[in-house]
Each structure stands twice: as C-alpha cells, then as structure tokens.
Ligand binder design. Structure first.
Ligand SMILES: [Zn+2]
Ligand SMILES: [Zn+2]
Length: 244
C-alpha cells in the first residue's frame, strides 16, 4: 500500500514573483469554508477579514524563493494555524505592491512582495508580509506610515481610470476588464472542479484506510484462531498420553 505521508494533498504555492492573475491560493484565501479559524470574523462587518473579503483578488501570491522545501501541505498548515496568517494571505492577494518595508527589504517573511491595503490602514497598519505570524509591530510602515503609491493602476477599487483618457483607450481598458472577469469566472469553475476532485480523493483515501483496518483485524482474528487451535491440540495430546 502507498505511504500516505508521501502523497501531497495541496498544490505548492508559487515561488518567486507574484503571479499576475489570482490562482489556487488566492482563490482559497477568499473562501470562508476553507479556513475554520476566523470564520466569525469573516462574517462580521468592520472586522479586517470581512473588509478584506470585499476587495477584488488581484494576484497570486509568490513566496520567497528560499522557502524551497515548503510544500503545499506545509503552506496550508502554516497559514491555517493562525488567524493572522489567514488574514495576511488574503491581504497579500488584494492589496497594493509598494516599495518594500524594512523587513521585506531584508527578505524576511513568507511572501516575495511588500503589500499594503491603503483603505484599511486603521485595521492593518503594516504590510501583509509582516502581519503574517502576528509580527506587524516590526514593520517600518507601522511607525512611519504607508509609503507613496507609485503605481496607481495597482490599487484595488480606489484608483479610478484617469479622466483624460480618450474613448478608444477606455474601451480597450473595458475589454481588458471583461477578459479579466471571464478569467476569474473560469478560475472559479476550475476551483469547483478541483474541489470535487479533492473530495473524491479523500473518499478513496478513507476507503484505503478502512481496507487496511479490516485486513489488520482479519490477521488478528486468524492469529487468535491459530492460538486456540494449538491450545486445543496440546490439551488433547496431553490427555491421550495420560489415558494411555
Ligand atoms: Zn513589507
Ligand atoms: Zn512590513
């Protein structure tokens, strides 16, 4: 039988630079039922997780390249172990990439880029990377405030298209937006299909465990029968000898 511990269950997070479109972990970051912790916070208006959930996913988070041994399973358990990590992951997927804070500059933290949420500074005054593992206090933005945002197109739901754009540029922009929406929908469909696949995988694994348990029980029972038979044989031959 295959050793279950060697079969990875979750896909590995992207290493290195962020992905330009939301992928597996960005979509998961937004799913309430995927993360048992923080469930109530997600449903409560005004709470950070809830407010982050209203923002559009804009990237697939890249993790630092030196975390090469981190598997998808490791990543899931590390993130799911703390509400701050679940929150940081979602923030990383919806926020704005900025010039790195002091810690990010030194390659600290899980993620490759330094991301802030300009509209939610009152709830998360540090970058998402420093928020991971509850280390927000170490972020240089925490003391000195957020940096200037140099790429307004990078913003989530805050920077509107420039007023001076002519209509042809605007329609191209709309086309891009439409395609992005379609891509997001396809991603969601893919996500559902993957989830169904995951469910059947779990069913197979459970059935394998059930079979193994039944086999062990059968072997134990066979051993018991052997033992009783031997005792019986011994008793009978002793008896025969005594009678002789
Ligand atoms: Zn940072
Ligand atoms: Zn920081």
């Amino acid at each position: 039988m295959e050793d279950r511990s060697t079969v990875p269950y979750y896909p590995s997070p992207k290493r290195g630079a962020d992905g330009p479109t939301p992928g597996y972990w960005a979509l998961k970051a937004k799913q309430t039922h995927f993360w048992p912790r923080g469930h109530r916070l997600r449903l409560t208006a005004g709470k950070l997780l809830h407010e982050l959930g209203k923002l559009r996913l804009v990237r697939e988070p890249g993790i630092r390249i030196w975390k090469e041994t981190l598997t998808g399973d490791d990543f899931y358990y590390t993130v799911s172990s703390r509400i701050s990590n679940i929150t940081a992951l979602l923030a990383q997927c919806v926020g704005v990439v900025v010039e790195p804070c002091h810690s990010c500059k030194h390659n600290l933290g899980m993620f490759s880029s330094c991301v802030i949420i300009p509209g939610l500074r009152h709830l998360i005054p540090c970058c998402a990377n420093c928020y991971f593992n509850g280390l927000g206090d170490r972020c240089s933005f925490h003391q000195h405030g957020f940096p200037e945002i140099t790429h307004p197109e990078n913003q989530n739901g805050q920077g509107e298209a420039s007023q001076t754009q002519d209509s042809s540029v605007k329609s191209t922009h709309e086309q891009i937006e439409e395609r992005r929406e379609m891509l997001l929908q396809l991603n969601e469909q893919l996500e559902l299909a993957v989830e169904e696949r995951d469910k059947s995988e779990i069913a197979v694994k459970d059935a394998e465990v059930g079979l193994l348990t039944a086999r062990v029980a059968l072997q134990e029972n066979n051993a018991k029968i052997d033992k009783v038979l031997i005792s019986k044989e011994t008793l009978l031959s002793d008896w025969e000898q005594e009678m002789a």
